[in-house]
Write a protein that binds this ligand. Structure first.
Ligand code: COA
Length: 160
């Protein structure tokens, strides 16, 4: 494997549509189905938004996952990992940890004070990845998700 990350491009819309309609990914994220055009629109919106950056995670030239950051324009210099997802066959191989460490290193170099994210309390694999990168649980709460489910969630924070 030769894992790398690059900024999202308009031609990545088809990949984002595929990964975000994968049943296992949708279940992990409590997301509802989307249409290809939703991702064309999302990429165009991100391009114009100084608060957000999105990266595609590739193995050589094959896209295997994605990572999104927001809060980049926040006054408090706390960025949020709004999304990290890998196709199931690429999970649990250290790729998420590698990609998140790249993102955290970039944020630290740009003067951010901390990073934060939200995840499901039952998502122990994601929490394992986040702990290895320096995140700790700082809040627990219940939230209604896009698919209508009430889900036990937690906030995790990593202070640089
Ligand atoms: C979450 C995700 C990005 C993590 O990336 P990953 O590459 O799978 O994670 P890594 O392999 O880098 O690290 C996972 C760690 O958790 C550990 N882990 C896995 N399952 C676990 C479990 N059930 N309980 C405790 N720890 C677990 C692993 O052993 C590993 O730690 P180790 O390397 O010390 O053994 C990826 O699994 C994913 O895309 N999941 C589906 C989408 C999702 O849940 N996204 C996050 C939403 S907040």
């Amino acid at each position: 494997m030769n894992i790398r990350m690059q900024s999202v491009r308009p031609e990545d819309a088809e990949f984002l549509y595929r990964i975000m309609n994968d049943q296992a990914i949708r279940d992990a994220l409590d997301e509802t189905p989307t249409q290809p055009g939703d991702w064309v629109d999302a990429i165009a919106a991100w391009e114009d938004d100084p608060d957000e950056e999105v990266y595609i995670i590739l193995d050589e030239n094959t896209p295997v996952g994605w990572l999104g950051i927001n809060g980049l324009a926040s006054e408090g210099k706390v960025a949020y990992i709004k999304m990290i997802g890998l196709f199931p066959q690429y999970q649990n191989k250290g790729i998420g940890t590698w990609a998140l460490r790249q993102a955290l290193e970039m944020l630290r170099a740009r003067g951010f004070a901390a990073a934060a994210l939200f995840t499901n309390q039952r998502n122990l694999r994601a929490q394992g990845c986040y702990r290895k990168c320096g995140f700790q649980i700082t809040e627990k709460f219940v939230e209604k998700r896009a698919n209508g489910k009430l889900v036990a969630r937690c906030k995790m924070e990593c202070v640089f």
